[in-house]
Design a protein around this ligand. Structure first.
Ligand code: COA
Length: 331
């Protein structure tokens, strides 16, 4: 009898966003921009900004508790907590360790992966490897970011784009059936490292009075370059995972793409030949929440009952690094 490796099944999801809403009109009071400019270039109408006394782990905790409840899994049953984030509470330890303590998890291993906006897909893909190898049975996979803390609120080309949030999925091993992650793939191109990054605060340029005065602790981005490479890369990697899974575009029930910009999403859908009715867009309400964008959107569509058993869903992401990825999942 041949033994097949277990499949990774998404058993429950949860999400959390801050209650403070910042509209385009609010931003137009701070920098020279307008609701019309932001909406037409990005599709973003408003975003959520985390309250000052909260940290990324607080959002992650709320999303995680909802995911565990949705999955009907006790925190004690978790083997691992893997978090995609680039805005952890501290430089170290990892947000995953902070979250583990907040959730009261015991006898687990926890770590962060930093792939910026592709963080959730990276965390999910790594989890899939642990599950397929038989090393773990139940994992909490989280994507959370609080980029509002790293924005230059005087730079109109970036401060309009981002928002805060957290999303989580309970991923479990399944030994039979054809449900679960059919294929997942990650890719990077580090030659673009300085196309989208935070200049100071790392080991290359630690914080000094000068770096603060020069506003080097906030996001720098060449938006046009990001746009171009994002569409091309997400199309390519989406086609690869679909091929590997033996799934054609018409078999897809839904696509849950990273929510960076409505124009990137529509360009991607058009290149893949997927009608927009099958493509989830919530960037209008949350902006780009980085690693949180896919799990927040996924949780919303699951709770709306838009994913039925057997549905095949494509996830794809792109972000700083550049790092990108895609996964095909049968629910
Ligand atoms: N309001 C009004 N005008 C703005 C503006 C704002 N918020 N931001 C930039 N502008 C101006 C620029 O100053 C420039 O003016 P100029 O022609 O007088 O110099 C003009 O608009 C065009 O700027 P440009 O940067 O060329 O705009 P764009 O059409 O490329 O749109 C982005 C900018 C950021 C919306 C677009 O490049 C983008 O969405 N890129 C992808 C970014 C992204 O998703 N990053 C995250 C990936 S994970």
């Amino acid at each position: 009898m041949t033994q097949t490796s277990p499949r990774s099944v998404i058993r429950g999801t949860g999400s959390a966003v801050p209650s403070t809403v910042v509209t385009n009109d609010d931003i137009a009071k701070i920098v020279d921009t307008s609701d019309e400019w932001i909406t037409s270039r990005t599709g973003i109408r408003e975003r959520r900004v985390l309250e000052k006394d909260q940290a990324a782990s607080d959002l992650a905790r709320r999303a995680s508790e909802r995911a565990l409840e949705d999955a009907g899994l006790a925190v004690e049953e978790l083997d691992a907590i893997i978090v995609g984030t680039c805005t952890a509470d501290y430089q170290f330890p990892s947000l995953a360790c902070v979250l583990e303590a907040k959730l009261g998890a015991k006898d687990v291993f926890s770590f962060d992966v930093n792939a910026a906006c592709s963080g959730f897909l990276n965390a999910l893909s790594v989890t899939d490897m642990f599950i397929r190898s038989g090393r773990i049975r139940n994992a909490l996979v989280v994507g959370t970011d609080v980029l509002s803390r790293f924005l230059d609120w005087q730079d109109r080309s970036t401060c309009i784009l981002f928002g805060d949030g957290a999303g989580a999925a309970v991923v479990s091993a399944s030994d039979n059936g054809d449900r679960g992650i059919l294929s997942a793939r990650l890719q990077t191109d580090g030659s673009y490292a300085e196309t989208l990054y935070i200049r100071a605060g790392g080991s290359k340029k630690p914080a000094t009075l000068e770096t603060v005065e020069k506003r080097e602790h906030s996001i720098y981005m060449n938006g046009k370059e990001v746009f171009k490479v994002a569409v091309r890369s997400m199309e390519e990697i989406s086609r690869r995972v679909l091929d590997e899974a033996g799934i054609c575009v018409d078999d897809l029930s839904l696509v849950v793409p990273h929510q960076a910009n409505r124009r990137i999403i529509t360009a991607l859908a058009s290149r893949l030949g997927i009608p927009m009715e099958k493509v989830i867009v919530n960037v209008d309400r949350y902006g780009n929440t980085s690693a949180a964008s896919i799990p927040v959107a996924l949780d919303e569509v699951r709770r709306q009952g838009r994913i039925a058993d057997g549905d095949i869903v494509l996830l794809n992401a792109f972000g700083a690094g550049f790092a990108w990825g895609a996964a095909v999942i049968r629910f």
